[in-house]
Design a protein around this ligand. Structure first.
Ligand code: NAD
Length: 292
């Protein structure tokens, strides 16, 4: 049969990824600190687990999809964590966006205990997670990647081994830098267009047909124009990603002035209580700056 998967972290992304694993015929043991998230996964066909160790129990591999570095560290190093209680197949895959330095330590510590590890963050948002069209970028040993690949194929369409431990996170941080600056560029175009009195939906349509087209304009543009502040990829998570980009760049002495600039817009959004809103809410910073 298909590989059995222990899945830890059943939020915006994880809940959809679990559904696709189940749909592809994998058995899934699901854990989240939020009991309602586990119940939801059980309703979709997963088996409830009571800890990371319990999720991994008897599985070919364990996957984590958690907010930030400390959450993944808790799941690996904590009581009932995966370092002490790895899956039977001795393969752990973290798909969160976290620190490349932290994941290199996880690779080393798990390897010393005889467990392979991949840092395999994703791009494509909640819709990509739902439609199993994620882009998955993995760092780690080639043989671990070969073993994980059939599981990745249940969740994504662009699946790439990008290099050594930590390389998955490095590529993901490059992705996030482009996304953040792109969102800001769209906000500025919409702010200028709005102040000039042009139709913003038409502006978006025209830009999508030319060289300014982008995923963000396509997918987030309508919610930006509508002033929608709903969930999705949260402002707080992008702020975390921009922090990780800057930490990584500073350690390598790579100046990223554009990233620093857009981070300030995210600070403003969070200060106005928008941390739990989706990234389209960055346009509301421009509402305030232009009093529109
Ligand atoms: P989320 O906050 O919606 O979900 C995280 C889940 O982890 C929650 O259900 C939470 O209860 C659970 N959790 C937290 N600590 C835990 C622990 N110690 N043990 C078990 N469960 C725990 O986040 P998300 O949007 O699903 O994002 C997850 C990761 O994927 C983040 O690193 C994010 O940056 C990245 N990501 C998100 C998107 C997106 O569009 N949402 C896209 C690509 C990548």
């Amino acid at each position: 049969g298909k590989g059995d998967v222990g899945f830890i972290g059943l939020g915006t992304m994880g809940r959809e990824m679990v559904r696709n694993l189940l749909g592809a015929g994998h058995r899934v043991r699901a854990f989240d600190i939020a009991a309602a998230a586990v119940e939801d996964a059980v309703a979709a066909g997963a088996v409830a687990a009571s800890s990371p160790a319990d999720a991994a129990h008897g599985c070919d591999l364990a996957i984590s999809m958690l907010p930030d570095t400390p959450h993944v560290e808790a799941v690996i190093y904590g009581a009932d964590g995966l370092l002490a209680a790895p899956p039977a197949g001795r393969l752990v895959v973290d798909m969160s966006t976290i620190s490349p330095v932290a994941v290199r330590r996880m690779h080393a510590d798990l390897a010393a205990a005889g467990t392979a590890f991949l840092d395999a963050p994703v791009s494509g948002g909640p819709v990509g997670a739902k439609n199993a069209t994620l882009s998955i970028m993995a760092g780690g040993d080639a043989d671990a990647f070969v073993r994980a690949r059939p599981v990745f194929e249940a969740m994504g369409t662009t699946i790439t081994h990008v290099g050594a431990p930590g390389a998955g996170q490095t590529v993901k941080l490059c992705n996030q830098l482009v996304c953040g600056l792109n969102i800001q560029a769209i906000c500025e175009a919409l702010a200028l267009g709005r102040a000039s009195g042009v139709d913003l939906e038409q502006l978006r349509h025209v830009l999508l047909g030319g060289s300014a087209a982008s995923w963000m304009l396509d997918k987030l543009g309508p919610a930006m124009i509508a002033g929608d502040a709903g969930a999705g990829f949260r402002i707080d998570l992008m702020f975390k990603d921009l922090r990780l980009v800057q930490e990584h760049a500073q350690a390598l002495s790579v100046p990223l002035p554009g990233t620093a600039l857009v981070t300030g817009q995210y600070v403003e959004a969070r200060a106005h209580g928008e941390g739990a809103n989706g990234n389209q809410a960055l346009f509301r910073v421009y509402d305030r700056m232009t009093n529109q």
